[in-house]
Every structure is written in C-alpha cells, then in structure tokens.
Design a protein around this ligand. Structure first.
Ligand SMILES: *[C@@H]1O[C@H](CO)[C@@H](O)[C@H](O)[C@H]1NC(C)=O
Ligand SMILES: *[C@@H]1O[C@H](CO)[C@@H](O)[C@H](O)[C@H]1NC(C)=O
Ligand SMILES: *[C@@H]1O[C@H](CO)[C@@H](O)[C@H](O)[C@H]1NC(C)=O
Ligand SMILES: *[C@@H]1O[C@H](CO)[C@@H](O)[C@H](O)[C@H]1NC(C)=O
Ligand SMILES: *[C@@H]1O[C@H](CO)[C@@H](O)[C@H](O)[C@H]1NC(C)=O
Length: 671
C-alpha cells in the first residue's frame, strides 16, 4: 500500500432533536412532496388503483453515526482510515480518483455521504409502518448512502380476485396510514415518489438493416487469425499483446471499419494515433442488459457487473429465439457497449476498446418501452463510484419530471450525478430522442456532459432533444454521431446493424472523454468539462439545439484549461470573485461565468405551459410552474453581484451533505 500521510479532522455536531410540534393534521404535509400528492391526491386517497405499486423515497435527516473523536481514540490515523474505508466500501481506485479529479483539493476523500444509511432508522420504518400488512405491506428496495434515503414499494397483500371496492378503499386508507406513519418519524426528512423513466425503443424505421452476413464474419475471423507479423513485418510486438486481438493499427478506415464515421468526425482517431485507447480507465455503463457473448466483446475487459433489477451479478439475458431484436432486453445495452468497447478491427472498433468496464443492468424492457426507476440508477452509480469508475456512460432519456424541475438541482438523479462529479467522476448522459419535448435528467446537471445527435455531415438530427434547462443553461453540451450508427446487435454472436439515437452519440463522447482522462491524469472534472465545451465546433456560438457543437477530442486534448480559482482566472467580466468562487450576474453561469444563459420565453410558456419567473430588473432566465408561487420571487437581482453575498456557495458542484441534522460528521482525510 502507498504510504499515507493523514490529517484527520473530525467535527462532530450533535444537534439536539427539536421536539416536533403536535400538529392537528395527522400527517406532516410539509415532509411529503408535491409528486406524492400529485399521484395520490391531496388526501392521499385518490388516483390509486388496486394493482398500482407505489414506490416511495424516504429521506432521512441524519446518518445517526458518530465516529470517535481523535482525542478520545487510541487508534492510529492509518487504522482510522482503514476503518472508514471498510465502513464505506470505497476502494483504493476510487480514493485515487477522488484525490486526483475532484474539483478542488479541499474536497475531503470521505464525507458523510459515504456513510451507510442508518439500519436503525430503516428497521424502525419497516417494523412500525407495516401497519396492517394483511392488506398492504411495505418492502425495502434500495438504500442510497449519497442521498441518505431508502426506497420502498407497497404491495397489496390481497389477491386481485378477492378484491372488492371495500378492500380497495381499505387499501387506499392503509397507504394513507403508512405515509402518515413514516412522516411521523422525527428522523424522516421527506417523502417523495420514485420517478419512473420511460425510454421508448427505436421505432421500426430506426433499425436500418439487420445483417446476418456470415460470409463477412468468416472473412474477419480468418483475417484475425493471421499472425500479425506475416501481414505487417515491421510491427513491434509487445510482450503483453494477446493472440489475434491486435493488428497493425493504422487508425484509418481499414482499422475502424464501419465505426470510422463517428470516430473520425470527433477526431478520436487522432487521439488513438497518439497512443490513447482508454487503458487504465474504468467506465461504468448503465443500460438494459449486455449480450457479452457477442464477438465484438471478445477482448472486452469486464471488471464487474451487477443486475440491479434482479439483484444478481449477471447482466446478460439468454437470447430468445425469433424475438424482435428491439424488444430484447439485451438490445440497447449491447449496442451502447459496442460503441464504447467493441473490438473487431476492420469492422467495428469502440472508441475506448482498451478501457475496463463495469456493467450495470438498470433498465427493464417492457414491450415498446424501456422502464428505468431512478433508485436503481442511483444505486448503480454509487456502486460504480465506490469501485473506482472514472466515467459513467448513461443512455437514458425520456423522463417524468416537469420542465421547471429541470434546473440542475431538483431531480434526485441530477443530485446523485452532481455528487458523482463532486467525487471526481465524469457523467456523460444522452439528451433523449424527443425533439421539442422534455429532455431527460440527469442531462440537466450543470457539469454533466449531455450529448445530442448529429448526422454524418455534422447536422442536427431532428429527433435529438433540445434544451435549455429551465434556468436557462445551454443543453445539450456537445454532439456526436447518432444517425446510422453501426452497432453490435444482440440477436446472435455476429449480428450488426445501424441505428439512430442520442443513445449512441453518448457512449461515443464518453469513450472520447476516457481517452482525454487517460491523456491528462492531472485534469479535474471541471477542466475536462471546460476542455470539451470550449473546443466543440460551435463553441463560440452555442445554441440549445446543438450546444457547443460536435465533440472534438483532439482539440480538447490540446486545450489548456484554466488553473486555479477565480483569484487567478477572473470571472469573464460577468461576475465577482467571492472567496475563490465566482458569483455570476443573472445572465451568466459556469465556473468563470463564461457561459451566457438563454432568456426564458416561448419554450417555457408554450412547450411546457409554464411561466417565466417575473423579474422587473431585467430579462428572466428561469421557467417556473404556473402554480409555483413560492418560486415566483425575485432572486435574480443583477445588482447583487456588486458585493459578495454571505449566503451559501451557489455552486451545484459542491452539494451540501444530505444530512442536515442529527449526528453530522465531517470527515476530512487527505493523502
Ligand atoms: C380517505 O379514505 C378513508 C377510508 O376509505 C376514509 O375514511 C376517509 O374519509 C377518506 N378521506 C377523504 C378526505 O375522502
Ligand atoms: C402520527 O402522529 C399523530 C400525532 O402527531 C398521531 O395522532 C397519529 O396517530 C400518528 N400516526 C401514525 C400512523 O402513527
Ligand atoms: C491495451 O493496452 C495495453 C497496455 O498499453 C497493451 O499492452 C494492449 O495491447 C492493449 N490492448 C489492445 C487490444 O490494444
Ligand atoms: C457474484 O459474483 C461473485 C464473484 O465475483 C460470486 O462469488 C457470487 O456468488 C456471485 N453472486 C451471484 C448472486 O451470482
Ligand atoms: C395548477 O393548479 C390547477 C388548479 O389548482 C391544477 O388543475 C393544475 O393541474 C396545476 N398545474 C400544475 C402544473 O401543477
């Protein structure tokens, strides 16, 4: 193990429990989110049909955890460090990544978000609030250490056949009681619905051609079986080179085959020519399932996998004969994985074929829809982060948050994504294929790299979802090929096809970012984000259709990101540097206020039936829900930048810990 120097600082804030006022209402309404009322009605009695399963988030206000103070412990720092590591399950690779890639060195290697959710609280909820489990029972589904929450499902214990209207209303009443019981707990901070995201499968014409060309495949295999030295006498063979996996990498069309278009359009080939292939980078891919037996994955380094639907560690489903490939559980994940790490030189080459992969199966294919529940996605993200992943590639798109909530902070997915970035990961997410309709969380996250699709000539693909976020930030961030993308098809070991979708542009950018991170081990997440945006083909003139333009891997590689805080970099004349952080004027955002917001207007009012936040001091940049009077206050005072506010740090990249009362623990350990 590496020699470690520790500075350990524990601040234990033991907040006294504030005695809860006895409320004349039975349940604590302020703890229950508007989504819950939206679904179940304000009396929690309505809109529930018997076979609906309700999935709820329960957020706790404390981890109920106290780590011994340094003064009172006899342990050495090394022991304490190891103890914290074993409690949190964060591995050495993850710690290395955190220390290298976090936005600033002040970010602690561990903090309270790493600590496990309190088992005591979980047990108390499950025990006390399973009030009458003959009618309706609750079951634990997921725990999120980062959000300090659990998700539960309700199960009706009555069989459908015996259901009468009276048992039905009984059940509703029961749900009401369960929610009341949970909200009564002093350690419960809030209750919300777990959002289900629907991601429709590509339509018929999006599957362009399904090839089962056995001749072509045989040709490839024969080609690969030739010893390299016979084909290319002057190739220097590395001792670690495996059998037929390597051919002379000329990094031209003959090497990339059908993958050439997307790879050359983003100049990823140029980075590969410089010797970057993703080696040493860990990428977590979240998707429907992966047909690992496909020939394109023969050399793929899979270092871990987890099925978050069935809680197994196999992410591959047995192919079903004669199944429509689009509705196969393996289809989507196999396709995105092949864009990242497929390797059949001369035919299909993924842009980060030499990276290591963590595969997470989080989405369920139900007929024409793919369903993903955000608690599974967040669980997968926490899993990958702990295991040391540096990049996440997530091609989920359509979702059920309202547009005003797409502001980079409201959705639970985006909160988790922001936290991953804070811990030094790069999150790459597809925008979705819904053109003018809403785009998907967490693509609204401020430093999430959100990817839209272009065609082979770099033109906007008309299905690619557009931004901006409801607070006027440009999304998508960057574009890549998403039309006629050549992918591995899960119907057989040697099937391929061409598909359309931002789902395929996303892994291409994610793998390009993997090469960038390999090339620049000292760049933090902010610098990577800046390099990607600043070198896109439309960087000087971004818009909500194509963001900062087509991804330029070589440009980003050669970019010199700004170093240090705003005392050295300034705030682009659009803000004031306050304690090292820019406070931007209302029309600007970004670490150095370098990006201009899009004014709130047509899209807010007509596409999403919402309203621009009133602002009589200048243009509005914020779209809020029509009924949201609480938000309709003036918080965009352009003069506020004239002095440094003493308020909280506005940056979304350093989220506040989820624990806000109780035994809050601050752990600061630096190497
Ligand atoms: C909710 O349902 C319960 C049980 O059916 C009933 O007693 C109660 O009056 C209902 N509340 C409202 C506001 O309808
Ligand atoms: C919740 O607390 C109130 C008093 O604040 C009490 O009347 C009610 O019975 C409690 N409900 C449950 C389900 O425990
Ligand atoms: C992956 O990288 C390692 C180390 O650089 C190298 O030995 C190996 O040949 C590479 N694999 C492929 C398929 O190029
Ligand atoms: C998962 O994989 C590990 C080895 O990596 C094995 O020990 C364990 O039994 C597997 N679990 C399941 C549920 O298959
Ligand atoms: C706003 O309020 C009206 C009436 O109270 C309601 O019908 C509508 O669904 C609400 N809209 C939203 C977006 O909450």
């Amino acid at each position: 193990m590496i020699k470690l120097k520790f500075i350990i600082l524990f601040l234990i804030l033991l907040l006294q429990l504030i005695s809860i006022k006895i409320n004349c209402e039975n349940f604590k309404k302020d703890k229950i989110s508007k989504h819950v009322f939206g679904r179940l009605g304000t009396d929690l009695n309505n809109s529930l049909t018997l076979d609906d399963q309700i999935k709820l988030w329960i957020f706790f206000n404390s981890k109920d955890y106290v780590i011994e103070n340094k003064k009172t412990t006899t342990q050495t720092p090394v022991n304490q460090y190891q103890q914290i590591q074993s409690i949190t399950g964060v591995n050495d690779d993850s710690i290395k990544r955190r220390s290298k890639r976090s936005i600033n060195k002040k970010v602690p290697l561990f903090d309270e978000t790493d600590l496990p959710v309190s088992e005591k609280y979980i047990n108390e909820v499950l025990k006390d609030c399973n009030l009458n489990n003959e009618i309706l029972s609750i079951k634990l589904v997921r725990k999120s250490n980062w959000l300090n929450s659990i998700s539960i499902t309700t199960h009706d214990s009555l069989s459908i056949s015996s259901s009468s209207s009276s048992s039905k209303s009984n059940e509703k009443f029961q749900l009401n009681k369960v929610i009341e019981c949970i909200s009564n707990k002093t350690f419960v901070d809030s209750i919300d619905l777990v959002s289900k995201l629907l991601n429709p499968q590509p339509s018929q014409d999006e599957i362009k051609e399904i090839t089962h060309n056995r001749f072509e495949n045989r040709k490839i295999n024969n080609f690969n079986n030739n010893p390299i030295s016979k084909l290319f006498g002057n190739v220097k063979l590395l001792s670690s080179v495996q059998d037929d996996s390597t051919m002379n990498k000329k990094f031209d069309q003959s090497f990339y085959g059908e993958s050439f278009q997307g790879i050359s359009q983003t100049s990823i080939d140029k980075l590969q020519k410089l010797g970057y292939d993703g080696y040493g980078m860990k990428i977590i891919v979240m998707d429907t399932g992966f047909y690992k037996d496909h020939e394109a994955f023969k050399y793929l380094k899979i270092i871990g996998e987890h099925n978050f639907i069935d809680n197994t560690n196999n992410t591959q489903e047995n192919p079903i004969e004669n199944e429509d490939p689009r509705y196969s559980q393996n289809f989507h994940g196999t396709a995105t994985l092949s864009v990242l790490g497929g390797y059949i030189p001369g035919k299909l080459v993924g842009a980060a074929y030499n990276a290591s992969f963590l595969l997470a199966k989080t989405e369920i294919v139900e007929g024409e829809d793919t369903v993903i529940e955000e608690d599974n996605w967040i669980a997968a993200l926490e899993w990958g982060e702990k295991l040391g992943a540096s990049i996440i590639s997530s091609s989920l798109s359509y979702q059920l948050y309202n547009y005003p909530e797409m502001n980079g902070k409201d959705s639970h997915l985006t909160k988790a994504a922001n936290l991953a970035i804070y811990k030094g990961m790069i999150v790459v997410n597809s925008m979705g294929n819904k053109d003018y309709s809403i785009f998907g969380a967490p693509a609204d996250g401020e430093n999430v790299i959100s990817v839209g699709a272009v065609d082979s000539s770099g033109r906007y693909a008309p299905f690619s979802s557009i931004g901006p976020t409801s607070d006027g930030r440009i999304k998508p961030d960057i574009m890549a090929l998403g039309v006629g993308y050549y992918i591995a098809l899960s119907t057989s070991r040697s099937s391929y096809t061409k598909v359309d979708g931002t789902s395929f542009a996303c892994p291409l950018v994610a793998s390009g970012v993997a090469l960038l991170m390999q090339a620049h081990p000292d760049w933090n997440t902010q610098q990577i984000y800046q390099a990607v945006l600043s070198t896109g083909s439309k960087a000087s003139n971004p818009d909500p259709y194509v963001g900062f333009g087509v991804f330029n891997a070589l440009g980003a590689h050669n970019f010199r990101p700004s170093v240090g805080d705003c005392f050295s970099t300034g705030c682009s004349n659009h803000g004031l540097c306050c304690s090292g952080q820019c406070q931007c004027a209302s029309g600007f955002y970004g670490k150095q206020c370098q990006y201009k917001r899009v004014e709130c207007g047509y899209r807010c009012q007509y596409d999403f039936n919402s309203v621009c936040q009133s602002n009589n001091l200048g243009p509005s940049y914020t779209c809020v829900s029509q009924n949201d009077t609480s938000n309709a206050v003036l918080n965009q005072d352009p003069f506020s930048i004239l002095f440094c506010k003493k308020t909280d740090n506005p940056s979304t990249t350093s989220p506040k810990p989820s624990t806000n009362s109780g035994g809050l623990i601050r752990i600061v350990i630096s190497l």
